[in-house]
Design a protein around this ligand. Sequence first.
Ligand SMILES: *[C@@H]1O[C@H](CO)[C@@H](O)[C@H](O)[C@H]1NC(C)=O
Ligand SMILES: *[C@@H]1O[C@H](CO)[C@@H](O)[C@H](O)[C@H]1NC(C)=O
Ligand SMILES: *[C@@H]1O[C@H](CO)[C@@H](O)[C@H](O)[C@H]1NC(C)=O
Ligand SMILES: *[C@@H]1O[C@H](CO)[C@@H](O)[C@H](O)[C@H]1NC(C)=O
Ligand SMILES: *[C@@H]1O[C@H](CO)[C@@H](O)[C@H](O)[C@H]1NC(C)=O
Ligand SMILES: *[C@@H]1O[C@H](CO)[C@@H](O)[C@H](O)[C@H]1NC(C)=O
Ligand SMILES: *[C@@H]1O[C@H](CO)[C@@H](O)[C@H](O)[C@H]1NC(C)=O
Ligand SMILES: *[C@@H]1O[C@H](CO)[C@@H](O)[C@H](O)[C@H]1NC(C)=O
Ligand SMILES: *[C@@H]1O[C@H](CO)[C@@H](O)[C@H](O)[C@H]1NC(C)=O
Ligand SMILES: *[C@@H]1O[C@H](CO)[C@@H](O)[C@H](O)[C@H]1NC(C)=O
Ligand SMILES: *[C@@H]1O[C@H](CO)[C@@H](O)[C@H](O)[C@H]1NC(C)=O
Ligand SMILES: *[C@@H]1O[C@H](CO)[C@@H](O)[C@H](O)[C@H]1NC(C)=O
Length: 800
Amino acid sequence: MYNLQSSVALLLLFGQNIAAQNSSWDHSLYTSSPGVFPSPNTTGIGWEDALQKAKQLVSQLTLEEKVGLLTGEPKGPCIGNIAPIRRVGFNGLCLQDGPLSIRQATYASVFPAGLAAASSWDRDLIRQRGEYLGAEFRDKGAHVALAPVAGPLGRSADAGRGWEGFSPDPYLTGIAMKETIEALQGAGVQACAKHWIGNEQETQRNPTVSPNNRTIEAVSANIDDRTMHELYMWPFADAVKAGVASMMCSYNRLNGSYACQNSKALNGLLKEELGFQGYVMSDWGATHAGVANIEAGMDQDMPGSITFFQAGPSYYGQNLTNAVNNGTVPMSRIDDAAHRIMTPYFFLGQDQDYPLIDPASGSVNILGVQPYLDTFQFGEANIDVRADHADLIRKLGSAGTILLKNTNNALPLNKPRNIAVFGNDAGDPENGLYSLSLTGNGDFEQGHLSVGGGSGTGRLTYLSTPLDALKARTKEDGTLLQWNLNNTLLTDPTPNAAFGAIFPYPDTCIVMLKTWASEGNDKVSLLPDWNGTAVVEAVAAYCNNTIVVTHTSGPIVMPWADHPNVTAILAAHFAGEQSGNSLVDVLYGDYNPSGKLPYTIAYNESDYAFARITNSTELRLTEDPNAWQADFEEGLLIDYRHYDYYNLSVQYEFGYGLSYTNFSMSDVKVHRLAAQNLTARPADAGTIPGGNPLLYDTLYEITVKVKNTGSIAGDAIPQLYLSQPVDALFGRTPVQVLRGFEKVLLGAGQTKTVTFALQRRDLSFWDAVQQQWIIPAGQFGVRAGFSSRDIQVTSGFTAL
Ligand SMILES: *[C@@H]1O[C@H](CO)[C@@H](O)[C@H](O)[C@H]1NC(C)=O
Ligand SMILES: *[C@@H]1O[C@H](CO)[C@@H](O)[C@H](O)[C@H]1NC(C)=O
Ligand SMILES: *[C@@H]1O[C@H](CO)[C@@H](O)[C@H](O)[C@H]1NC(C)=O
Ligand SMILES: *[C@@H]1O[C@H](CO)[C@@H](O)[C@H](O)[C@H]1NC(C)=O
Ligand SMILES: *[C@@H]1O[C@H](CO)[C@@H](O)[C@H](O)[C@H]1NC(C)=O
Ligand SMILES: *[C@@H]1O[C@H](CO)[C@@H](O)[C@H](O)[C@H]1NC(C)=O
Ligand SMILES: *[C@@H]1O[C@H](CO)[C@@H](O)[C@H](O)[C@H]1NC(C)=O
Ligand SMILES: *[C@@H]1O[C@H](CO)[C@@H](O)[C@H](O)[C@H]1NC(C)=O
Ligand SMILES: *[C@@H]1O[C@H](CO)[C@@H](O)[C@H](O)[C@H]1NC(C)=O
Ligand SMILES: *[C@@H]1O[C@H](CO)[C@@H](O)[C@H](O)[C@H]1NC(C)=O
Ligand SMILES: *[C@@H]1O[C@H](CO)[C@@H](O)[C@H](O)[C@H]1NC(C)=O
Ligand SMILES: *[C@@H]1O[C@H](CO)[C@@H](O)[C@H](O)[C@H]1NC(C)=O
């Protein structure tokens, strides 16, 4: 693509590489996206037999029928629908939300959110969550689960959807994506990795209308090529490598061009570079053109009509048929899209004995739309698909609960005499068990938050609240349990108001805080909702054993963290339907906490300012259609990469979390598996899903010994961080990046050896000039420990 002979090109290329550097940020480089055409055909790598079946089926279809596979049926029974073509024995596709539950369905489980699952750092539990989710989608007759989420990755702490995905660290998210996708698809359900890509904020995610009725385009995520590869694409590469069936293109623009019609992102990065063999569907309403979308590589338009859930004008449908008939779009592009859509269906055996759609699991429930009863086939209504999944939900809820502070032996609780519970997060929700609304009808004042809002929510069948679970547990020990759940009363300035009716004074005070978040809205503050900060202060002023529990959508700031009367802090996020039981298991030591922070808790809101969402009053009133520009100037330096690079102290670092026992680490060893003639650049070994297969070769193994030095059994989570050699040509490089973790159960006194495998990609930089992953020359630092700042042992190697 580049001509290295030309000095003009060299200058341009130099700009490409140092673009990750803030000092040289040049917005003019981000005002257009290169065109990458034509859209590559699928070759069915890994799915060869299924591709033949797909081709066989598609070859029998008329143009209108093919286009039907590419266009949602807006009035079907599911959140997304592809109409059946009975003539060829195709029963249609049912697509359902979302990442933590089959969202609208009755009698389905609500699992811990992605962020809570990632906090467990437990591959096995994450995989089991995916298996059970898959089983529930399948049993409800859903062919496609609109899950999992790797975008937003978590650039901005205030992003409204951060909790749906896993972690701002791409390595941790990538592993969670792989485990979830393999598990969902293992259950026979197509996964849909979303949202590709740069979907890091909700604010202005869609076009709006200005005061003078002009169309103001969606925010443009402007991301340099290295950052794109090393951060935002990384977990999606893992998704493609795991064989994900579909990907959802996002609402935002990229370098000024809508993600669903950005040929560089879809044809170039996804289908050519990553070798993605499945299909790209639009986010709901993210299509803005038609011909430009299909040419750029978007295979399927959802929900299929310009107006949601109403039959009517479509950018695909008849428009696409016309565009083929008048010669604008080649039939081969339609064929390829149809092949891509039908191949995973055959690969997963969805043409055989697939359960019929439960009619009580679709949009009919929320919108009062009549499904096309004569078009789609239905099974039994309201079938209970939960099986024994609550056991896993309870365990994963505990495993994802992070013990941030524990002084004076506050925890685990040991038959306390007198507990008081404070805060509006503890008890029953005041209004129903379903929080769809994008404007916050789940943001009730009273009641426990176990899930966020929007398409990522779930319909609870029951909810174990912390108060209910504590009532049951305290009864066993004869403990007095009292509570005040009214945050207004709790923060009344009258001295001691919080304790009003509580008598005698509790020996243990548990304060429960929450922060709501939902698709469609970013957060305006990183303080807990409902004056939660003041609630902690009001209780801690009078109770010298104050245990704070947070159920949040992501990072909050904790100005009270070092308060001497705050003896313990537990961060639990959105833990799903067993939330109360999961918490009580940790509080009482039935589960020895092992969760670790999947992000950083800094001291002040201003500490997150380096990558907050793009927003201002001026932008809200703009008449410039192009005004919303999110320049990702921080490049690679998000979350811990930022705090490490600028050597800033933080409240609780990435990877941190305590246990009721203690661990030590020793004996780090570096084992080279790579041949001595290792080259910086991988040989060209073709493309498999995930890219060049050599990127996934294990080149090194690092081993460490981990010992439980305490007196009870517990799970350690040793972590491996890698410091890559710094080369100024590449701009700002993180001080260290996560490149390994394991969860190991150790009995008291027990020692185990843990092995971390380093693949070629783990060592490499993305070189924007060579358009290649390159292993840098120089010394790599190996740093292993129990958090990003609790490094216990170090070593190093030179790879080349
Ligand atoms: C956006 O622009 C940057 C700088 O020109 C370029 O490196 C990157 O590849 C572009 N990305 C897309 C998706 O167009
Ligand atoms: C896709 O395959 C069709 C049919 O074989 C062919 O005509 C078309 O050129 C191919 N497109 C690309 C981009 O290779
Ligand atoms: C914008 O359009 C709406 C309805 O289409 C109309 O009521 C309103 O007067 C218009 N405002 C301006 C400033 O033109
Ligand atoms: C085709 O798309 C245009 C928008 O570009 C829309 O106005 C029109 O109604 C669509 N036609 C059909 C038949 O859906
Ligand atoms: C072909 O049809 C498409 C979709 O209706 C339309 O956008 C395009 O302008 C048409 N092109 C020609 C040359 O008629
Ligand atoms: C909380 O207490 C205040 C003050 O007594 C009262 O006005 C408010 O209605 C109570 N809130 C709830 C949710 O009960
Ligand atoms: C929060 O609590 C403080 C301390 O009691 C009080 O001064 C303030 O008015 C409360 N704020 C809100 C929004 O209720
Ligand atoms: C801690 O709690 C005790 C009551 O047990 C109280 O007297 C003291 O003032 C509190 N300390 C702080 C710093 O609020
Ligand atoms: C906490 O306060 C209680 C009385 O309220 C007192 O008995 C106890 O010693 C105090 N604990 C500490 C660690 O100060
Ligand atoms: C965005 O800015 C507007 C205007 O200043 C403000 O009202 C709104 O709360 C902001 N939204 C977020 C999520 O910060
Ligand atoms: C980039 O540099 C400017 C000027 O030094 C500074 O104000 C800004 O905060 C920096 N941005 C980032 C993301 O580091
Ligand atoms: C490196 O050495 C191995 C074994 O000696 C050989 O098979 C391989 O082809 C060599 N690779 C390169 C890139 O020279």
